[in-house]
Structures are given as structure tokens and as C-alpha cells.
Design a protein around this ligand. Sequence first.
Ligand code: SAM
Length: 257
Amino acid sequence: THFGFRDVPEEQKESLVRQVFANVAGNYDVMNDAMSLGIHRIWKDQFIRSMAPGPGTKLLDVAGGTDKNLGDIALRFLDYCRNIHQDSTASVTMVDINPHMLEEGKKRFSKTPYANTNQASFFVQNAENLEEIPDESMDVYTIAFGIRNCTHVDRVVKEAYRVLKPGGRFMCLEFSQVDNPVISKFYDIYSFDVIPVLGQVIAQDRDSYQYLVESIRKFPPQEKFAQMIRDAGFSTVGKGYEDLTFGVAAVHSGYKI
Ligand code: SAM
């Protein structure tokens, strides 16, 4: 269907927009898209390229996701191993605190080449206490757009350290702080003025979107989070992180030596 918004009388516009977005109402994934203008897909691709997993890598993907994004990292990882190394021995364990999300993930995986293989498994787990995951059992630990929602970030990083093998790598993709003053001006207007209104229109839920924006600002800035990773015992290369899109997001990484 094609909608000509400009041809719609002012008084009908809101109800039209509401109709258009009726399907996505209540879908929190929309927020990832709204906050990143859809760029989170490109960031995720880059995240996996920067991981550059070798054949047989065992990945733990924590806070694996909501509805349609569940497995975004896991699927990209397995595809990378398959396409780059023709490897089908790499495996991913996905954990999330929300059992409903995991069920959605299983459904999504059942339609991939990894269905009925031992390359993917699922556990309900709190990132702060990964009791089902043995010590020193994983090569790589990922958490994408999940750590910001955790209550005790230090405990999350400590658990990551515990479950990684010596030589293993911690990688986190998360919204972060924009440093450039010009970009940051636009980003502030977008996040504080535009996003809450979008939230109102898209989902009749201004508060959730407001929360999202605030949770991004409350999360420790790049340097501070990098220090938290070192405090947990990880070694970082250089400053320990890489900004994406002017710091709208950042990838933090550390090695368990
Ligand atoms: N990783 C996906 C992605 O990159 O698109 C989705 C991230 S989604 C925005 C955040 C997820 O974190 C949700 O599925 C939520 O259930 C999960 N989550 C929140 N707190 C958690 C915790 N303490 N432990 C594990 N998962 C948690």
C-alpha cells in the first residue's frame, strides 16, 4: 500500500499514522530501530566482523533478544562461520532472562539451516548469575543492547569473566555517548524531543521511549565502562572500545588472559 501523507487532511493524519503502526504497537524492537535509525543492523554486522570468529568457536550470547531481534547476533555469528570457514562446528548458547523471548528465538531458529543441529542452544538465565554456564567454557561472550538494562553491570562483567576460557574475549555492543559537539546537539534534539513523540505516536507509549532515552544517558560513558571491564580482570587493547556512528553506539572488548 502506498500512503500519501501530504494529501491527508490534518485531522485524519494522526489516525492514519496510528493505523500504519498498529501492527508494531507494543513491539519494543521498534525502539532499537528508532534509536539507531535502523543502523543497528550495520553495527551488528560490524560487531561480528570485528569478532572474526575462527572455526569451532563457542559463543555465549547474553540478553539474546526480544521477538524478531532474538538471535540477531547468534545468527550472524553462525552465518559468518559457515560462509567464511565452511564451518559447522561453531556453536552458540543464547540466554535471556525472559522465557517468552527464548521461545520466539527457538521459533526463529527453526527456520534456519541450524535447526535440529547442535549449533544452537537456549537457556533462561539472568546475565548477573549464569548458573547453567560452567566456568571457563566459552571462547567468546557477547551482549548486545542488553547490559544497559541490567541492574548490576559489574556483576554481569564478572560473570562474563568466569564463564570465559583463558584467552577468551568479552564483547559488548551498546548505545553510548556522543562526543562531537555538533553531532551531539542533533542527537540530543532527536533523543529528547523526537523520540518521545515517536513513542507516543507509534505505540501510544511515551514513557517507555522516554525510559529508553534516559537509560542510554545513564549508562557509563565509554572510558568508564572500559575501566569496569578492566576492573573485572580483563585486558583491553588500546582504549578498550571502538565508537560506532560518532559514539551513538560503542563496542567494548576485553580478553581474559
Ligand atoms: N540482543 C538483541 C539485539 O541485539 O537486538 C536484543 C536486546 S533487547 C533490546 C534486550 C534483552 O535483554 C531483552 O530480551 C531482555 O529480556 C534481556 N534482558 C534484560 N535484563 C536481562 C538480564 N538481567 N539478564 C539477561 N537478559 C536480560
